[in-house]
Design a protein around this ligand. Structure first.
Ligand code: GDP
Length: 197
C-alpha cells in the first residue's frame, strides 16, 4: 500500500468522542517503550506524526490519524506503566478496554512486543483477553535490528509456542524494525487486503 496522505485528526480519552464516519480503524498498542511511535512514524513516512511516550500529557490518549482519506490508524496509550500509580493505571485500563470492546469501526488490533524479550506476562494476559473477547489482532515484533537472525527466530518461535499452549490457532505475526524500515510493506499490505475485502 502506498501512503499518499497521513494526518492527525483528534486525541481524546473517550471512544465516544472518536471520529464518527465509520472508516475502518486499525489500532496499535503495546507496553511503553516498545517502539510504537517509531513504528507508526515509519509506516506513515512521517517523522513526528506519533509522539513518543516521553511527550507530557500524551500517554493517556487515543490518537486518530487519517490515512489516504480511507482508514484510521489509531495510536492507543501504552499499558503496563509501573510508575503511573494505581488510580491512573485503572483509569487507563478502562479507556483501553472501552475503546477495544465498544468501538464498532475497530477492524484489527496490532499488539507490539519487543523482539528481544521473552514473552511477558502482561502481554500474554492482554492477548488472552483479546481472544476471549473475539477481538481480531496480530502480533508485531519490534526492533528486530537489535538481534541476529538466529536469535530472532528463536524468540519468535518461543512466543508462538507459548501462545499455542492456550490457543489452537496463531494470530498473524509481523517482524519489524523502524530503524531499518523492515516489515513495512507486509504490514501495510495486510491492512490494504482487509480494506479491499
Ligand atoms: P513507544 O514508547 O512505544 O512509542 O516507543 P518509541 O517509539 O518512543 O521507542 C522507544 C525507544 O526505542 C526509542 O529510543 C527508539 O529510538 C527505540 N526504537 C524504536 N524502534 C526501534 C527499532 O526498530 N530499532 C531500534 N534499534 N530502536 C528502536
Amino acid at each position: 500500500m502506498l501512503i499518499k496522505s497521513a494526518q492527525f485528526i483528534i486525541s481524546n480519552s473517550d471512544y465516544r468522542k472518536c471520529p464518527q464516519d465509520n472508516r475502518p480503524e486499525y489500532a496499535f498498542i503495546g507496553r511503553s517503550n516498545v517502539g510504537k511511535s517509531s513504528l507508526i512514524n515509519m509506516l506513515t513516512n512521517r517523522k513526528g506524526l506519533a509522539m513518543t511516550s516521553s511527550t507530557p500529557g500524551k500517554t493517556m490518549l487515543i490518537n486518530h490519524f487519517l490515512i489516504n482519506d480511507e482508514w484510521y490508524l489509531v495510536d492507543l496509550p501504552g499499558y503496563g506503566y509501573a510508575r503511573r500509580g494505581k488510580e491512573n493505571r485503572e483509569r487507563l485500563q478502562q479507556i483501553i478496554e472501552d475503546y477495544i470492546l465498544q468501538r464498532e469501526s475497530l477492524t484489527s488490533l496490532f499488539v507490539l512486543v519487543d523482539s528481544r524479550h521473552e514473552p511477558q506476562k502482561i502481554d500474554l494476559a492482554f492477548m488472552e483477553w483479546l481472544g476471549e473477547n473475539g477481538v481480531p489482532f496480530s502480533i508485531v515484533f519490534t526492533k528486530i535490528d537489535k538481534l541476529g537472525p538466529v536469535r530472532l527466530k528463536q524468540n519468535v518461535e518461543e512466543y508462538k509456542q507459548k501462545l499455542l499452549e492456550r490457543w489452537e490457532e496463531l494470530p498473524p505475526v509481523f517482524v519489524t524494525s523502524s530503524e531499518k524500515r523492515s516489515g513495512r510493506e507486509e504490514l501495510l499490505d495486510y491492512i490494504g487486503q482487509i480494506n479491499a475485502s
